[in-house]
Design a protein around this ligand. Structure first.
Ligand code: KIV
Length: 269
């Protein structure tokens, strides 16, 4: 057995951008999937607030609580030996005041043992980003479609398709980088806009529905594994149909129990 691979850090990601090497990001919400992501070579495991939709069954990410996010982060952080683990700060855990943002972000590192946090928004969250970075907490930004603002947006449509909104996204991206964010998620923005933002930014961009020119890509694991099928955004490529596989396995188990084919002698004591 060789030496364990060194932990991915924010500096690793900066170097990957400099070398033009794509960064692989995937979400996970528990120890088992976190370990699978880590061992498969994912660079960054994001404990996304998408847990609210794909695991908890809610229609939006707005409802997930700080305590729930800390719980899921702790499970994933325990699994990841190589990948950088980023915890998603839930709605209203960083918007009320800078003090509140710092205290809550600190809990992600101290209690849940993640190595960075992500928060949504541009210039309106800059004071919080600056305060976290000053305290030594790495911050990942998130622009474009920011699902915690869904009730303000009114729909999950592409953001930044008109020139005013595109300009705002470009300025927000620069402001977040200047405030010390180490990377930036760009969600559901036109590929041409993501390409321009990526080229003009000193920090890596991580796209989801933002085209191929971002410095990295992120998907929601439950989407790409075919476990969550309630809706399917067009960017969510399916790499497996685990939902169908699991349903088939469970149906066979039901049949075996009812026909007394399970357990057999070898499975008994
Ligand atoms: O919550 C999440 O999974 C996310 C990704 C979609 C970037 O924020």
């Amino acid at each position: 057995m060789g030496a364990p691979e060194p932990k991915v850090t924010t500096e690793t990601l900066r170097q990957k951008k400099a070398r033009g090497e794509p960064i692989v990001v995937l979400t996970a919400y528990d120890f088992t999937l976190g370990a699978i992501c880590d061992q498969a070579g994912v660079d960054v495991v994001l404990v996304g607030d998408s847990v609210a939709t794909v695991m908890q069954g809610h229609d939006t990410t707005v409802t997930v609580t700080l305590e729930q996010m800390l719980y899921h982060c702790e499970l994933v952080a325990r699994a990841c030996k190589r990948a950088l683990v980023v915890g998603d700060m839930p709605f209203l855990s960083y918007q009320v005041s800078v003090e509140d943002a710092l205290r809550n972000a600190g809990r992600f590192l101290k209690e849940a043992r993640v190595e960075a946090v992500k928060l949504e928004g541009g210039r309106r969250v800059l004071p919080a980003v600056e305060s976290l970075v000053a305290a030594g907490i790495p911050v990942m930004g998130h622009l474009g479609l920011t699902p915690q603002s869904i009730h303000q947006f009114g729909s999950y449509r592409t953001r930044g398709s008109d020139s005013d909104e595109a300009q705002r996204i470009k300025e927000d991206a620069q402001a977040l980088a200047a405030a010390g964010a180490f990377a930036l998620v760009l969600e559901k923005v036109p590929a041409a806009l993501a390409r321009e933002v990526t080229a003009g930014l000193p920090i890596p961009t991580i796209g989801i529905g933002a085209g191929v020119h971002c410095d990295g890509q992120v998907l929601v694991s439950y989407d790409m594994l075919g476990l969550f099928t309630k809706w399917k955004p067009r960017f969510a490529r399916r790499y497996a149909e685990l939902g169908t596989t699991a349903a088939g396995a469970i149906e066979r188990y039901c049949e075996d129990v009812r026909a007394r084919r399970f357990p057999n002698e070898g499975e008994s004591y």
